[in-house]
Design a protein around this ligand. Structure first.
Ligand code: TRP
Length: 335
């Protein structure tokens, strides 16, 4: 059985972008692979070191979200990054194998730095050593568990590529020790936001969260962007310019989707009715999640146990890997 390793930063609840962009994939993979799912609190801190409460709170929140979408803790090892010190150790070892220039060229890092510049202005003051180096730490996340496949969105491609380079460099210097991981791209690449932005994101304020209540869902969908050329109820419109149609396609059945599209084009469907139907479909889609989530909310000790068990398994695997790494690097003083 091949090993899968992926991670999520615990900085907020899961939204539809996470769900359709990545998590649906996890649900299939959990049956076929030895699956390690890292709650990447250390990586979360690279952006939130000044706000440890936020990261701490969201470790549990995101774990509950992941369990409630249907991930099965008897198949997936849920673990907390900071509880595996071997990852931090490996990060230090790898830091010699990557240049600062290469990190700056990493497309994901580059775009994140550009975003920070927009917010903070002077790059020199806002980019920390820890932030610039997070791809190295992520390479340690993956290889500490001999991760062979890394499911993720397109933004994770440069990080996996960086990991592959580190692995090749390590193996060429210290001997064949590590496996080169491959990315497993999600089919649904990126989910658009309520405002029509290409990306749904927390910082963009355009996300529908799985944990949103019926009232929140209603309010958000009522405010979703529609075809601006449709002014009157019976104006024909272009569904492809409408976020309501876009989400219908995610959560509704084929027959209804075709109907929405058809009626929208003909001008026989008003936006208010269309939004109400989407609210209903969205609530149906979320009902299973809500029921599962309620169980975990009422029994938080279940979540603690799942994290403790998964972390124990992960630690075992990481320790075995470190024996090999230290031997290769001539750091095996104990043997
Ligand atoms: N970089 C990922 C994110 O931003 C989180 C992550 C941490 C990760 N470690 C990982 C993803 C290892 C894949 C593999 O969400």
């Amino acid at each position: 059985m091949k090993t899968i390793l992926t991670g999520l930063r615990p900085t907020g609840n899961l939204h539809l972008g996470h769900y359709f962009g990545a998590c649906v994939n996890y649900l299939k993979l959990q049956d076929e692979y030895d699956f390690y799912l890292e709650i990447a609190d250390v990586q979360g801190l690279t952006d939130n070191f000044f706000n440890p409460e936020k990261v701490r709170h969201n470790v549990k929140e995101i774990t509950i979200d992941l369990l409630s979408i249907g991930l099965d803790s008897s198949k997936v090892h849920f673990f907390i990054q900071s509880r595996i010190p071997e990852i931090a150790e490996l990060t230090v070892f790898y830091s010699n194998l990557v240049t600062v220039a290469r990190l700056h060229r990493n497309p994901t890092v580059k775009s994140e730095i550009a975003q920070k510049k927009e917010i903070f202005g002077n790059e020199g003051e806002s980019i920390t050593y820890g932030f610039l180096g997070y791809p190295v730490s992520q390479a340690a996340d993956i290889t500490c568990f001999n991760g062979e496949l890394v499911p993720g969105g397109e933004d994770q491609m440069p990080l996996v590529e960086q990991c592959r380079e580190i692995v090749r460099k390590f193996n060429s210097i210290y001997g064949d020790t590590l496996k080169e991981p491959e990315i497993l791209l999600s089919e649904n690449k990126r989910i658009k936001g309520l405002d029509g932005n290409d990306k749904m994101g927390k910082s963009l304020g355009n996300a529908i969260y799985l944990v949103d209540s019926e009232e929140e869902i209603s309010k958000k969908i009522m405010g979703a962007v529609t075809d601006e050329n449709k002014i009157k109820r019976d104006d024909p419109a272009n569904p492809n310019k409408c976020m309501v149609y876009y989400y219908h396609k995610l959560v509704n059945n084929k027959e209804n989707i075709n109907k929405v599209c058809d009626e929208c084009q003909k001008g026989t469907r008003g936006c208010v009715q269309c939004k109400k139907e989407l609210i209903e479909s969205m609530n149906n889609f979320l009902s299973d999640f809500r029921a599962k989530r309620k169980v975990y909310e009422e029994n938080p000790e279940l979540v603690d146990k799942i994290l403790a068990d998964g972390t124990r398994e992960a630690l075992k695997k990481a320790k075995e890997q470190m024996v090999k790494v230290k031997k290769a690097m001539k750091l095996d003083y104990e043997n």
